[in-house]
Structures are given as C-alpha cells and as structure tokens.
Design a protein around this ligand. Sequence first.
Ligand code: ADP
Ligand code: MG
Length: 703
Amino acid sequence: MATTPSILASPIEYLKGVGPLRADILKKELNIFTFKDLLEHFPFRHVDKTQVQLIREITPQTDQVQVAGRLMSLHVLGENRAKRLVGELRDSSGTMELVWFQGINWVQKSLEVGKEYLVYGKASFFSGYPQITHPEIEAFSPEKSEGKGFLEPVYPTTEKLKQKQLGGRQIGKLTWGLLTALQPADIPENLPDKLLQSLNLIPRYKAYNDIHFPANFTAYQNALNRLKFEELFMAQLRLNLIKSERHRFSHGVVFKQVGELFNSFYKTCLPFELTGAQKRVLREIRQDAAHGRQMNRLLQGDVGSGKTIVALLSMLLAVDNGFQSCMMAPTEILANQHFVGISELVKDLPVTVRLLTGSTKAKERREILAALESGELNLIIGTHALLEDPVKFKNIGLAIIDEQHRFGVEQRSKLWRKANIPPHVLVMTATPIPRTLAMTAYGDLDYSVIDELPPGRQPVTTVHRFEQARGSVMDFIKQEIAKGRQAYIIFPLIEESEKINYENLMRGYENVKAFFPEPKYWISMVHGRQPAEQKDTNMQRFITRDTQIMVSTTVIEVGVNVPNASVMVIESSEKFGLSQLHQLRGRVGRGSDKSYCILLTGNKLSSEAKERLKIMTATNDGFKIAEKDMELRGPGDIEGTRQSGMLNFKLASLLQDKQWLDAAKQMAQQILEEDPDLSEKANERLKRFLQSQKGKTAWSKIS
Ligand code: ADP
Ligand code: MG
C-alpha cells in the first residue's frame, strides 16, 4: 500500500524560520531532523503568565514559585568553591535573592540590572531571606503572547542553541508556526474509536496541539495522558505481536522425551535436592521445548539462586533428544568455571563436554570444531568465541546464554543462524529487573523466575564503614582467614581511564600486602590488563585455596563461585551502582557459613550514594534492590534494559505511569485476542500505524 509522504517527514531546514544554519544546530544539539522531531520536542513545563506570586507570599513551606520583578543588583561574591553570582530581585511587595553557582559568566552577561524578569524555581530560605538557586529566568513582558492562550511552553534547550537565538522561546515560536501549518489529516488518529471512548482520550491531533499550547492545565494534562497512553499502548501491541508471531509461526526443534541421561543425572549425580523454584522452571522449559516452536525464555534468578544446574539439566534434555547444546558466558573466567563445574558433575555420564574461548590453542580448537560439526561433541561451553563463523554445529537444539546483559540482541540472533531450525534459547540473568519492567522490556521473551534460594543460606551481613576503619576491617579479615575462610577485596573501575584503574589497583594491592605479609598469607590478583592465562591461574589459586585473598577489579563481578569465601570488601563503594554492588555481594554467602559484605567509602558522600548504602545494608533481596535502583536512576539506565529499545519513551515513565501501563497492557492483549492479525475494520488505524513504523516490528508475517 503506497502512502503519500507525510509533511511531518520533511527535513527541518524547510520549516519557515529555520534554514540550513539553524537546522544544523537543531540536529546536533537536540537531534531534531524533521518536522516530526520538532513536534515531539515536548515542553517540560508551561509558564502561566497570569499566575505570578508576590515575593511577600513566599513562606518556608512554599515549593516552586513564579515571581516577576526588577533586577536591582547583580554581584559575584566569594571565592573558589564558595564563588557565586547573587542577584537582588524586587517586586511591589519585597525583595529576594537569586543565586547561581555555575555558568556565572554567561548568566552575568545575559542579564541586565534594572530590567524586569519573570523568575521560576524552587524557593528556599537563607538567613530569613527567600531565595531561588539557579532559577529559570527570562525577560518579562506583561502583555499576553500572540493569542496562544495563557500558558506558554518552556522547552529544553542548550547554551549553544541559546547563543544562536534558539532558546526555549524561539523553539516555541517554530513549533507554533508548524502547528498552524498542519491539518488534522497530517496527524491522523491511530487509536480505534472504541478505545478512545472507553478511556476518555482526546484525539491525536488535538493532543499534539494541546501538549504545546494548551488553553489551561486540564487541557495540558489531557494531552499528556493521551500521548503517554499511546506510547505505552503501541509498545505493548508491538511486543505482543512479536511474541504471538513467534508462537504461531516459528519452527522449533522438539524435545519429546525426558531420557536416560537426564534421569540418571537426576538420580545419581545431582548433589542436592532442587528447590521448588528450580523444579518449576525446569518444567516450564520442558513444556516450552516440547511443542515444536522455538523457545525464547528469560530466566531471572537472584545471585546464588542456582541457575547453573537448571541450565545443565536443560542441556542434558537436549542431548537426550539427539541435539547438541551450547552455553555461553560473558568472560573466560566464567566460561572456565562453568566448564570445570559441569565436567565434574557429568564425569560419570556418557556425555562429551568441551571448552572454547579466545585463548583455546589452534590445535585444540581444530579438534573441537571438527567434533562439533560431526556431532561427536554434545555440549560446548565458551565465550563470544562460540559466535564466530567457523563454529558450526551438526544440530544445535539449545543455546544457553549466562548473564545476558552483556550480550546484545544482535548476538543472540547470530546463534539462531547456526541451524536450519533455530535452537531454543535460554537467557539467564542475575541482574534483577523488576518484574513489570522485565515484562515490558523483554516482552518478546517468555519469562521464568527462580524466586527462592537453596536451603541453609544465611543472609549476608552488610555494613558500611568509612575508610579510616580500614585497619579494623583488615583485622576482621584476619579472623575469618584464621577460621579457614577467604576474602575478596574489590576496587572500582573508573570508565575514563584504564591507567588510573591500574594504578589504583596496584596501590591497593601493595596496601593489602602490607596487612597480609607472605608467607603467612597469599594473595591472588585479577584485573582486566592481565593475559587470560594469568587471570585464570590467579583465579584458580583462589578457588583451590592456595590464596586466601582475592584482590580484583570488577572483572569477577558476575558468576564467580567460591563458596568458601566469606568476606567481600568493596573499596570506594560509593562509586558503584546498586546492581553492581548487589552482584559483588553475591560472591559471598554461597556456602553454609556466615558471610559479610563491608562497604568502604570516603567521607564525602552524595545523597544518592548514601541512599544506595542504606539500601544495601538494609536488604539482600535483589528484586527490592532493583526496584530501588529503578527509582533512583530511572528505568532507561537499568543494566540489561538499555539495548532492548523498548523503554525509550518520550513522555511515559514506567514508574510513574503505572496505571497507564496497566491499561495499555490490558487493552493490547484484549484487542489481539479478538483480532490477532488486526484485520478487522475497527483496528485498521492500528495496523496502518504499525506498518508505518518500519523496522520496529517484524511485520512481515502479518500483511
Ligand atoms: P547463580 O544462580 O548465581 O548462577 P549458581 O548456579 O552458581 O547460582 O549456584 C550457586 C551455588 O548454589 C552453587 O554452589 C550451587 O552448587 C548451589 N546450589 C544450586 N542449587 C542448589 C540447591 N537446590 N540446593 C543446594 N545448593 C544449590
Ligand atoms: Mg551464575
């Protein structure tokens, strides 16, 4: 179906008042390339010029205020860190202070003493005086602006844009111009009438107008709600479509039976009773793999919840059904550990296992590749090396990806292409993502969770100590070592400089060595600059208890399993994010012994860092931590969700708009249940809209 190109697709330089020069800056600074991009550059608030408060009315209880007054003076005060720009603003009722700590020169140049300004910001009191720090400020002209209603939009902008006369105001003018040139047909409705009615949503064209230039706050709120719902709903619809397409059309290998291998492992090799959650997940996997369609399953389980054994049993299931399987880990250390652990577990069974990583020697590599291709090899464990082209399987039936947040979707699909019928895929992660978020971000995957720890685990006791207490922390480690335990001491990785990292780590290592002299103590050190071999040796010495202390950067973050270790010390822990801290802590408390996590920090802590430390010392529950993490950082930044591309909402927030998210989910499901192909007349708009969103949907199967 051919469609006439929409006026909204026009390059931004063709908009009246833009031209090539300004277009360049709009592209660079705000990613505005087309008319549509400008339309979707939404204001972050509106100024109601009729709602100006008097300075006298500001009380310590006041939050945000808008005042209008004359700038009486403007001075730079203080020096160095205390250096600030202070302005005095006076209206008919009193005076207040405006304060800037940053951008002092620029602000000073752009303001003029004696002029009237409209000022907005968070009011506070300082020695009895009301003030606003870093206010939004603009020249004040009391007359109403050009028939736009009373609410003037304020747009995000940058210093560079302001200098090219593209401040928030000018952007508003461009948007106003664009909207007056558009017809309702240019912003066609994309939701079915029934849906609009049942949720009381305003039409799309009106929503785009009102979100920029509303007549009042209710109109703005209605526009915002409508557009938020649309975002969430279309995302849900897309995810559901992808999933149902996969369920309906994808071919998968069939694991018909639970066979000899699985059963004899279960009876004779399994070193413990599976937890209820592990059994449930195995059942889910078995059912999924038995139906002739490809399994794509995300398995979430907190650190130490026992995902590996579930993976192994699933691989044995594949072998029982005549298929090969692979397990891929993000680092060589991890791949190696899985290989050693799994080889040991299956040593009495008729099953072949090999390890393939970047450092596998050429000769061995040739052997492995040949055995894989001939089908002689049943299980292969490895790193990214498994994705390379020369790696060919005779018949791969299951691919397991451990700690998937380090693998992109792109890489996942490389695995699929290694067989005519794509193998089942099980993606395992211990980076806990709140359930609602996981369902949204990975809506195209089926989802299992191990929400139960193996019995007998004691929660890790976590404390926060300032670095002055390092001495007593080291003494504590000595006590634990005297009991036969081992300890980790972790140093942060600073992204900017590998050199600084290395130097920090070396200094830390020397420091630790001073506390723990040889030959009474032995220390392993592992870091990113070491050759893989050396890393392995050092790791191995710790695993076999040759060394009592492991000094490391975060390379050991995921998956490493040394149950005898009982102390985790994290240096400069204020520099770590919550999910990383939780991962690191998960390296201890893996055996039956009491374990400890000690978070060392400097004395200066941001309020966010304090909050993180508070959460870490209060709970061991990865899912609670993930919820908190999402609150602190916003869902877009949560590890593991970024690449999903499903969370880049312009307006909606998965956290704050939960009721809209729920409504969107429910409506999307309902519509697709009644009309899976969206072929009914009532859903015509949806279909057309999704078709216009090329590349975002695997739409080919439904046309
Ligand atoms: P993760 O989910 O973090 O990958 P692992 O699979 O490494 O966890 O398991 C952590 C530890 O718990 C391992 O030492 C493993 O042998 C042990 N384990 C797993 N399942 C059970 C169980 N059901 N009972 C007792 N120990 C278990
Ligand atoms: Mg693991």
